[in-house]
Design a binder for this molecule. Structure first.
Ligand code: SF4
Length: 637
């Protein structure tokens, strides 16, 4: 008996319209636990090398963890993975809400989708019934609208994931949406779903999940809830959610502004957490069993229209309020709504739009190519471009491929301010005076994503700090000291990179640890109570380390010529000092970036081109992966 799991996966061949139910392999569960671990292992083992990310042979993997769906704090997480159309390498994204728990109650831990349905379809799962149904009535609808329609048609008790028109058109930053505001947003997972002709997956589950010791699990869960309530960040975190960090990022000068031209927006108090709270919010909204609901569901009214919307959370504020310079929280929320309905990742969409506006200002893209003039501080510009992108019409077809590929086509040195790593657009922290955070972005396995390691605390305070402690101690509200490029940056980054996968493979939320200071050891207690197996927090971190090497190996295999050259920041960050704000005058030269990468690669046990050595892979239990890479003519030291 695999306590904590349903011990059943769904393998679905969309081309052949075949659904198979199989037990979870023992070694998959023992070695990779769940969620992100399952995604990494299955992608490496089962994807044919060189597969087109938008071809039928790519896999779309939807994976829960052993804690998903239990009555434990924030156990509503689901992990999605595929070969990424944005980067050509390893791609994944994590989503909250209620879908994962419903999938487990229906009797499944994992779905692996392969092939392409011959016509627009959706997957219908109602406990034992699993069917591929026609989506002819739903194709073309917005992601929010189709979720509402499917609930009307099937029943409110179905949990539904959808794509919008952007996913249907295979926009490289299309997301998968759920619960009217939760997304698996990054790496183009929604484009992969669209390429398979799958508009939605609807799940209703009425079963229960076997637990090794229900009394022990109940007691452990209750204690965890009680302890979370005692943490100093508990009362501070929920009211504004992630938007609460907007003030701090501006005050210390890391807030992306005007396409990362600078790092401080003069109007930040118009778009901060307080503005969300006072001008938008109707209610808090949380994922399954969450004691600290960070979602803010509200209403916005602007000159371009009005809408109900979840958010905006910090990243959307940074990319649309900072980078595109929308001046009010109402406008940022409306841009958020448009992205949600089109099915676009707000981070990449905001980055692409701000890059396009800068190109237009510099005369690199002309008004007749765009169809009109575009500008910063203008919601109408954003509304116009998002619609073109989501439909791949006109200039939108170029922009739909993301800033890296668009800059390659536009030329004229527009790549120097195309802000991405490995093809994935940069998220909401400007790092020209934050070397640890810069290194975290550069080495993140999926591309420039803050969620792989949040280490601004190291740059600010020189020690690990959760966000709450940082903001409420000496670290907040001051400009950073002179950038401290030092070997410890690599250690900080690696330590932090190993934290997030634990939550992604357990199927729970990291924010109680990251934001509130809820200690890692609690997760060992919860895991043991549910599964009956012991795994200490350090043992969990060792599994994270293995996953980190495995996803690296996947990208080395899939991206021709993978190496250090892919891990430099855009030129803007290396030779254009921040022109204003608390960090005025700072940048990180290529010499400093190379130092950081040297230290990081050495600490990881990788060669100086960023390729793991044979010994390193063997030491973390991935000897077979080393063999597989060498079989693909990839030389390992
Ligand atoms: Fe979801 Fe936010 Fe709660 Fe995490 S803290 S489980 S993201 S509502």
């Amino acid at each position: 008996m695999k306590y904590g799991y349903q011990d059943q996966l769904l393998q679905i061949d969309l081309t052949g319209q075949k659904v198979e139910k199989k037990p979870l392999p023992d070694d998959l569960v023992n070695d990779y636990v769940g969620g992100r671990g399952f995604v990494a292992k299955i992608l490496f083992d089962e994807l044919t090398p060189g597969t087109d990310p938008l071809g039928p042979e790519n896999l779309l993997i939807i994976a829960t963890g052993p804690l998903t769906g239990h009555f434990l704090p924030s156990s509503g997480k689901t992990h999605f993975g595929a070969k990424s159309p944005a980067t050509g390498g390893y791609g994944d994204s994590n989503m909250g809400g209620h879908f994962g728990p419903a999938l487990k109650y229906a009797g499944y831990d994992l779905i692996v989708l392969k092939g392409k349905a011959p016509e627009p379809s959706f997957l219908y799962i109602d406990d034992d019934t699993v069917e591929i149904r026609s989506a002819a009535d739903y194709w073309g609808m917005g992601a929010l609208s189709v979720e509402k329609k499917l609930k009307e048609d099937l029943g409110e008790d179905f949990q539904i994931i959808t794509i919008g028109p952007a996913g249907e058109k295979e926009v490289y930053y299309a997301c998968i949406s759920h619960d009217f505001g939760r997304q698996a947003g990054r790496t183009g997972i929604g484009a992969v779903m669209g390429s398979k002709n799958i508009k939605a997956i609807a799940v209703r589950g009425t079963g229960h999940i076997p637990v090794q010791d229900p009394s022990k699990a109940y007691a452990a869960g209750k204690k965890a809830y009680q302890e979370i309530r005692t943490k100093p960040g508990f009362t501070g975190w929920t009211p504004e959610g992630t938007a609460g960090i907007t003030n701090w990022t501006n005050e210390v000068g890391v807030f992306p502004t005007r396409n990362f031209n600078t790092s401080h927006a003069a109007h930040y108090k118009e778009i901060n957490g307080k503005a969300v709270l006072e001008r938008l919010k109707i209610t808090d909204k949380g994922c399954y069993c969450c004691p600290t609901p960070c979602g803010k569901y509200g209403h916005t009214k602007t000159s371009r229209g009005e809408a109900f919307v979840e958010g905006p959370e910090f990243e959307t504020i940074a990319l649309f309020g900072g980078n595109c310079l929308l001046q009010t929280i109402e406008e940022v929320a409306y841009a958020n709504y448009l992205c949600d309905e089109w099915g676009l990742d707000t981070i990449s969409a905001g980055a692409v739009v701000s890059w396009a506006i800068e190109c237009f200002e510099k005369g690199m893209i002309k008004a007749d190519e765009i169809g009109r003039e575009i500008q910063f501080e203008d919601l109408e510009t954003i509304e116009y471009l998002l619609a073109l992108i989501a439909r791949r019409e006109g200039i939108g077809d170029l922009l739909a491929d993301g800033v890296k590929k668009a800059a390659d086509k536009v030329g004229q040195n527009s790549d120097r301010f195309a802000i991405h790593v490995k093809g994935l657009e940069w998220t909401g922290y400007e790092c020209r005076n934050a070397p640890s955070m810069m290194l975290a972005y550069l080495t993140a396995d999926i591309g420039a994503h803050h969620g792989r390691a949040w280490v601004l605390g190291h740059d600010m305070a020189g020690s690990w700090s959760n966000v709450h402690d940082l903001i409420n101690s000496g670290g907040g509200g001051k400009a950073m000291p002179e950038a401290a490029v030092k070997p410890e940056c690599a250690d900080y980054v690696i330590e932090s990179q190993h934290i997030r996968p634990v939550f992604d493979f357990l199927g729970t939320c990291r924010l109680q640890l990251m934001e509130l200071g809820f200690e890692g050891d609690h997760y060992s207690t919860l895991y043991e109570a549910i599964t009956g197996k012991s795994m200490s927090w350090p043992e969990m971190l060792k599994i994270s380390e293995k996953i980190w090497h495995l996803t690296r190996a996947f990208s080395i295999r899939e991206i021709p010529g993978f190496g250090r050259h892919l891990e430099y920041p855009p030129q803007r960050f290396m030779d254009e000092p921040t022109p204003s704000g608390p960090n005025e005058g700072h940048c990180l030269s290529k010499v400093k970036i190379d130092q950081l990468l040297d230290w990081y690669y050495a600490a990881r046990g990788w060669d100086q081109n960023g390729i793991p050595t044979r010994k390193t892979l063997a030491d973390v239990g991935l000897k077979a992966v080393a063999d597989a890479l060498e079989a693909q003519a990839i030389t390992l030291e």
